[in-house]
Design a protein around this ligand. Structure first.
Ligand code: NAD
Ligand code: LMR
Length: 338
């Protein structure tokens, strides 16, 4: 099901023409709602040759189960005390560890629990897998990515080309929701989403998609709102049992596959992701999600947002101040940490 054509963010095809390479992926938080299906999907990715599943509870069981799937990735599970072993030799580290949202909570402010978890996993990554590509799923992504970066900086191993906030679920949702409105196939309905990953910081660039032509006025506003607050739909429907897990696992596996294809030398792998970015640095915003070309060393090229409609200019104007605060909170958290 993996590997897709260049510039397509939401469609998968069944094989890749990329050069084969050993690619060991560690999943931290592998026993959770996202971690389990994500690990299963990674096991089915032909580009993944090793899987290291870590959680503070349950990972060996998940690994034993997944290891029976007849695909090449050698799969091992690690208990709480074995984080160093789980990270050893990992070239890609995917992090869905943390506490999910419940109805009534927003994902805007960094929850201290997740902030501490991500800080501690960053320390371990700095010590045991400093060269790895790190893909952060734990929320709030707008803050957890800066938290991870600050810890790597403290350890002198921060490489901005190798740290990614996973915003692919916003891209996947945009494709689904827009295709529902327009009656198109989701695989032909690619939408670039920029900004960050929560509420108004999520900015879908529908004007850049020919499929969205004609979606105006109230239907346009409703579509943008649904994309920005898609997470709420799932949190409410799950009624206290957590947030998006299955669609997130799909999105996380898709993004990991893109990163690995770039590492393997495939050209033209471009997808939105939240990275250290020069685009709005002059406004004090160090991290931003836009289309990024992925390559052998991670971030190859950061694309600008391109031309925006008047509505998108407004959405971006609403995004930037919020994003700036979220990033500052993450940085502040590490400053005040022991
Ligand atoms: P979950 O509670 O089902 O699973 C989280 C797992 O993390 C648990 O198994 C737990 O044991 C583990 N964990 C906790 N502390 C850990 C540590 N220090 N080291 C390793 N593992 C640890 O939660 P979930 O539904 O899988 O969500 C996980 C995170 O992903 C949440 O923060 C959620 O908000 C976020 N999320 C992000 C996106 C996105 O688009 N980026 C989408 C959905 C959810
Ligand atoms: C999502 O977009 O579904 C996730 O970020 C989870 C959440 O809390 O909204």
């Amino acid at each position: 099901m993996f590997a897709r054509s260049a510039l397509k963010t939401t469609t998968l095809r069944s094989f890749s023409t990329s050069a084969r390479a050993e690619r060991k992926v560690a999943v931290l938080g592998a026993g959770g709602g996202i971690g389990q299906p994500l690990s299963l999907l990674l096991k089915t990715d032909p580009l993944v040759t090793g899987l290291s599943l870590y959680d503070i509870r349950g990972a060996p069981g998940v690994a034993a189960d997944i290891s029976h799937v007849n695909t090449p990735a050698v799969t091992k599970g690690y208990e709480q005390a074995d984080l160093a072993s789980a990270l050893a030799g990992a070239e890609v580290v995917v992090i869905p560890a943390g506490v999910p949202r419940k109805p009534g909570m927003t994902s805007k402010t960094p929850q201290n629990t997740n902030a501490s978890i991500v800080r501690d996993l960053a320390k371990a990554t700095a010590e045991h897998a400093p060269q790895a590509m790190v893909l952060i799923i734990s929320n709030p992504v707008n803050s957890t990515v800066p938290i991870f970066a600050e810890v790597l900086k403290k350890h002198g191993v921060f490489d901005p080309k190798r740290l990614f906030g996973v915003t692919t679920l916003d891209v996947v949702r945009s494709s689904t929701f827009l295709s529902e409105v327009q009656g198109t196939k989701p695989k032909d309905t690619d939408v670039t989403v920029v900004g960050g990953h929560s509420g108004v910081t999520i900015v879908p660039l529908l004007s850049q998609t020919s499929v969205a032509k004609g979606v105006q006025g109230e239907p346009y506003k409703a579509l943008v709102k649904r994309i920005q607050f898609g997470g709420d739909e799932v949190v409410q429907a799950k009624a206290g049992a957590g947030s998006a897990t299955l669609s997130m696992a799909y999105a996380g596996a898709l993004f990991a596959n893109s990163v690995i294809r770039g590492m393997n030398g495939e050209k033209g792998v471009v997808t939105p992701t939240f990275v250290k970015s020069p685009l709005y640095e002059d406004q004090g915003i160090e991290y931003f999600s836009s289309n990024v070309e992925l390559g052998t060393s991670g971030v190859e090229k950061i694309h600008s947002v391109g031309s925006l409609s008047a509505e998108e200019e407004e959405l971006l104007a609403a995004c930037l101040p919020d994003l700036k605060k979220n990033i500052a909170k993450g940085i502040e958290f590490v400053k005040n940490s022991p």
